[in-house]
Design a protein around this ligand. Structure first.
Ligand SMILES: Nc1ncnc2c1ncn2[C@@H]1O[C@H](COP(=O)(O)OP(=O)(O)OP(=O)(O)O)[C@@H](O)[C@H]1O
Length: 279
């Protein structure tokens, strides 16, 4: 667990989401410090997925503010990759027409494109064009150096994708199509796709759903060693308690507790919410 007082990478302030007459999130605030693993738990219908969707830009809050690196931020799903935010979805979200390797390469490509964008921006700042040449008429030409750059990037993204599949223990499936593979393998592939993007913030939506105890044990080890900021929305209490630095507990959209696993596990409101949900 990080020891210094860290910067808040991601902050939610007084977020409320209403769907018609239903309040799915009711004045929820959360700080996600850089390098921490923050869990969001709560009984069914508590608003966990809605919170996740707010941060991904799938749901626009009725009120409240979100900030990234201390600046106001309006999340958009198609900007997440560029900002170094990757997510896994509940269930599995792979493209069935692509092989496992190609699916994971989609994530890895995002990382290399971010690197290229940074280089391109640095190049522009330094007064050159980042790989495109200008012809005599001033138009950009696709010179061989540019094609070589793209081919190199493609090779690197493939290597990264393979390495990430290995890290997730599923490299042997690289050339198969995900649709025919067992669910637990597909969950690992989904994780590999997100990890291959080398995100600075990794958002995991119920990664333990449908996994057995051994798989969850493996997942806990992986989450602990990722070394990046993680936001974990999860039902599986043992997983959340074993990996998270901080846990936010929601109940009917309201934040009822925020604290360390030890604090949460002895919090009466949390016990009541779960006992009430089980009744
Ligand atoms: N798009 C929507 N339109 C209307 N109501 C919605 C919508 N999305 C979620 N809800 C409602 O908002 C509430 C919170 O749902 P949400 O899926 O965020 O809860 P959850 O904690 O993720 O639940 P679960 O653990 O069952 O996945 C629920 O009552 C749900 O029915």
């Amino acid at each position: 667990m990080p020891t210094e007082t860290p910067a808040h990478e991601l902050s939610l302030d007084h977020i409320t989401v209403r769907f018609g007459g239903l309040t799915a999130l009711d004045d929820v605030s959360l700080r996600v410090p850089a390098g921490h693993i923050v869990g969001v738990i709560g009984p069914n219908g508590a608003g966990k997925t809605t919170l996740f969707n707010v941060i991904c830009g799938f749901v626009t809050p009725t009120s409240g503010e979100i900030s990234l690196d201390g600046k106001p931020w309006r999340p958009r799903p198609h900007h997440l990759n560029r900002l170094g935010i990757a997510r896994t979805l509940q269930g599995v979200g792979q493209f069935s027409g692509l092989t496992v390797l190609e699916n994971v390469q989609v994530g890895a490509r995002g990382h290399h494109r971010r690197g290229q964008d940074a280089g391109h921006d640095a190049g522009k700042a330094a007064g050159h064009d980042g790989g495109k040449a200008s012809g005599q008429d001033g138009r950009e030409t696709d010179r061989p150096a540019g094609r070589g750059w793209r081919a190199g990037r493609e090779r690197l993204s493939q290597q990264d994708a393979l390495a990430t599949l290995e890290r997730c223990g599923v490299a042997e499936y690289a050339h198969q199509h995900p649709g025919a593979l067992p669910y637990a393998i597909r969950k690992r592939i989904e994780l590999a796709r997100a990890l291959a993007a080398r995100p600075r913030i990794l958002m995991l939506d119920e990664p333990a759903g449908g996994l057995d105890a051994d798989e969850i044990h493996w997942l806990a080890g992986l989450i602990r060693e990722i070394g990046t900021t993680v936001l974990l929305v999860e039902h599986h209490m043992d997983l959340v308690m074993s990996v998270c630095d901080q846990i936010l507990v929601l109940d009917f959209g309201k934040p009822i507790a925020l604290g360390s696993p030890a604090e949460i596990s002895t919090n009466d409101k949390v016990t009541e919410a779960y006992l009430g949900a089980a009744a």
